[in-house]
Design a binder for this molecule. Structure first.
Ligand SMILES: *Cc1c(COP(=O)(O)O)cnc(C)c1O
Length: 413
């Protein structure tokens, strides 16, 4: 006699329907919850701080932002830390503070998020792309000098996946040609290059607190600099271009008049966002340790598969392990990268592709005449790269599921 099931068929059907609704998964959806790529860990402290901020009535830029800025300055050793509402805003303001605009050229890498290049365009300047080193995935420092012209004003290295770019060479070139170095450190909070903290090397350093980044404020960014002139400009331009000193001229106390001295931007960070950042930053070492544990676990379990694994081991740097990027080469692996991502999705695991190189996107192909073959290393990586989940929220059971899924895909191919 058949055993009576514990749950009715109807119940099971409804449960499955519910899961599909939540994750948008197909009929082959697994029973375990979907592992969302880059899901942030949010602690009770953030929630309590957020509620306190809401109850205080001061939601905009205020004491919490100031506290978060002070903590970031202390952590990175930068003299000034200026909070804004995204890393894209941080990049844009950094270039404007450095006087970059129409007619200027700015060197960066094609293997980055489009925001790096978009922000150059926003200033009126022209992006000039330099291919990456295939092993480090960072801008190939040996190719930079050839790309420098009379119009070049700045270099924006991107510390890919949390690995600092070759800053010694970049700073030397900047000195030689009188260029500003603006670091896109969206992946690299807390990273170090030859014992120096990221944020203390280039003229300006831009951090992201986007949801998937190593620490988050939901949306948010920060500029780090030791240059007072840049810092003052950025602070003023992040909030409509209003001079905070105007009130001194108008009145001694009471109402404080402001004066707009530049047609600025609305890029300020809110105390609501900083309420998250303050507690996320306190946990940064703990988060780094969790990601390292997962990284080592992936290394150990995936090393025998026909894929390339990333490496953080390099004596000159502290890699902060933002992305675990494997390379799936169709010829070697027997499966295409896109197919691999679909197979992971079918097994309830979200992955990322960092990146489809900037120059292959429609706008850049059309506006700048970029073609496939222009940046072969970025294209090689772009066609094969897959990022496995590596966030601080991930637990070892999930890492095990991820490893099992990858192994299963290669077993079945
Ligand atoms: C996320 C990211 C940005 C943009 O950061 P936002 O805070 O989302 O504006 C810029 N550059 C790189 C390399 C990034 O990964």
């Amino acid at each position: 006699m058949a055993k009576k099931p514990l749950t009715s068929k109807k119940q099971v059907k409804e449960e499955v329907k519910d899961k599909k609704k939540i994750s948008g998964m197909s009929d082959t959806a697994p029973k375990q919850p979907y592992i969302v790529f880059g899901a942030p860990h949010i602690g009770e402290e953030e929630i309590e701080e957020m509620v306190k901020t809401l109850r205080s009535g001061w939601l905009g830029t205020g004491p919490k932002v100031a506290q978060f800025e002070a903590m970031m300055a202390e952590m990175t050793g930068a003299t000034y830390a200026l909070a804004v509402n995204s890393c894209t805003a941080a990049l844009h303001l950094s270039m404007i503070a450095a006087g970059i605009g129409e007619g200027d050229e700015v060197i960066t890498t094609p293997l980055t998020f489009s925001a790096t290049v978009n922000s150059i365009i926003h200033t009126g300047a022209t992006p000039v792309l330099v291919d990456v080193n295939r092993a480090t995935m960072n801008i190939d420092e040996t190719l930079i000098e050839k790309a420098i012209t009379k119009k070049t004003k700045a270099i924006i290295p991107v510390h890919f996946a949390g690995r600092p770019a070759e800053m010694d060479t970049i700073m030397k070139l900047a000195k030689k040609y009188n260029l500003v170095v603006i670091e896109d450190a969206a992946h690299a909070i807390g990273a170090e290059y030859k014992g120096k903290k990221i944020g203390s090397i280039g003229d300006l350093t831009c951090i992201s607190f986007y949801v998937t980044k190593n620490i988050t404020t939901g949306e948010g960014g920060m500029v780090l600099t030791n240059n007072k002139e840049y810092a003052d400009k950025i602070k003023m331009m992040a909030l409509h271009g209003m001079s905070k000193d105007a009130w001194k001229r108008f009145s001694d106390d009471g109402y404080k008049h402001y004066e707009v001295i530049y047609p600025g931007f609305k890029y300020n960070m809110m105390d609501i966002q900083a309420s998250l950042g303050i507690h996320q930053l306190k946990r940064i070492d703990q988060y780094d340790a969790i990601r390292k544990q997962i990284w080592d676990f992936y290394d150990e379990h995936l090393k025998s598969l026909p894929i390339d694994l990333p490496s953080y081991k390099d004596k000159d740097i502290k890699h902060v392990m933002h992305l675990y990027t494997i390379l799936v080469d169709e010829e070697r692996s027997g499966i295409s990268r896109d197919r691999f991502m679909q197979e992971m999705h079918k097994r309830g695991i979200g992955t990322g592709a960092h990146y489809n190189p900037v120059h292959l996107h429609k706008y850049y192909r059309d506006a700048h005449g970029y073609k496939e073959s222009h940046y072969p290393n970025a294209e090689y990586i772009g066609a094969r790269t897959v990022s496995l989940p590596l966030s601080a929220k991930l637990v070892m059971d999930e890492a095990q599921r991820i490893v099992d899924a990858v192994k299963d895909i290669f077993k079945k191919k």
